[in-house]
Design a protein around this ligand. Structure first.
Ligand code: AVJ
Length: 322
């Protein structure tokens, strides 16, 4: 066994090769074709996403960090002392750091993150800065949440933190299912703090997903490199192009990999013929208006206890309670 206490305690539900292969075969057999966006986040994908958050066009992370630091005292007043924090899709932990500093006497921190590398890197750094907070990491897809490890010291309430507008990567039905799962996981006294991108000028939104340096394009194409390495597929990265468009009536970015020519791709003994120009869907990023978001929360048995917006509606934070 490992001598690393973080690894000893890790709840590990990483998707295995058979699961990834089955998901990819199903997506390639569908029309239009699709690949699950959760597989973006291998070690390189998580690093590329961090790089996206520093691009000048990608306003989301900067706006959310500024908003969070400004309204943190109000959030802390709602939460009260001795909170257990559970974070979905924790990534690098920059926002977590703010939250753990701003809340009063955090009992335990449970990041739920599909990238094992990102999870372990962030929790190692956080453990140094927050020695009084019990670290209880879970490597899992938060849409299939395993039982959460109980803290040693009793918490007064659970605060679920779901930043980054990651909720926007899901269709409305799937997003409501996630909110319902949060309602279950938080209990009667629980709270959920959710970061959402807000509907605004389509030009600004589209630019955020088409940065001039091409980092988002690399991030999208890395999905194919990851699949080639992990399930032995033979996607030719030079034969697919990143495309992200804001579809106004659906209030969402639709990201695709477009086949640059007629080609055949092989996965696990199956052959898939792509037409020249055929678009394979890889990601949605939904943007919300207030009434729509409140209605989704209500469908999941949650109500909006507080709402904060960044200047010019660049980003929003919503505090939900049962
Ligand atoms: C992970 C949800 C924050 O949808 O904006 C960024 C992922 N994809 N650029 C988003 C992403 C392309 C991102 N989130």
């Amino acid at each position: 066994g490992s001598a690393d206490p973080l690894l000893e305690g890790l709840v590990d539900h990483r998707p295995d090769r058979a699961t990834i292969t089955a998901d990819v075969l199903a997506g390639l057999s569908a029309r239009p074709r699709a690949l699950p966006s959760k597989y973006f986040y291998d070690a390189r994908g998580s690093a590329l996403f961090e790089c996206i958050t520093r691009q000048p066009e990608y306003y989301l992370t900067r706006a959310e960090l500024e908003l969070l630091s400004r309204v943190l005292p109000e959030i802390a007043a709602h939460a009260g002392p001795r909170v257990r924090v559970v974070e979905y899709g924790s990534g690098s932990g920059r926002k977590t750091r703010l939250l753990l500093q701003g809340l009063d006497d955090v009992v335990a921190y449970t990041p739920v993150e599909i990238s094992r590398t990102a999870l372990l890197d962030s929790i190692r750094a956080l453990a140094v800065d927050f020695p009084a907070v019990e670290m209880l990491p879970v490597c899992a897809d938060f849409t299939a949440l395993p039982a959460l490890p109980p803290p040693r010291r009793a918490a007064r309430r659970t605060l679920l933190f779901f930043p980054g507008s990651t909720l926007g990567n899901f269709t409305e039905a799937a997003a409501v299912a996630i909110l319902r799962g949060m309602r279950q996981a938080m209990g009667e006294e629980g709270l959920a703090l959710i970061g959402i991108d807000l509907d605004k000028d389509p030009g600004l939104i589209e630019a955020a997903y088409n940065d001039a340096a091409g980092v988002t394009a690399d991030f999208t194409l890395n999905l194919l490199a990851r699949l080639n390495r992990e399930i032995g597929s033979d996607f030719d990265l030079s034969c697919f192009a990143h495309r992200a468009r804001y579809v106004v009536p659906w209030r969402r970015i639709e990201t695709s990999l477009v086949s640059r020519r007629a080609q055949v791709v092989h996965v696990a003994g199956h052959a898939f013929a792509f037409e020249h120009g055929e678009a394979m869907h890889v990601e949605y990023s939904h943007k919300y208006d207030d009434a729509q978001f409140a209605a989704m929360a209500a469908t999941a048995g949650l109500r909006v206890a507080a709402a904060w917006d960044a200047p010019a509606r660049m980003f929003g934070l919503r505090l939900l309670r049962p």
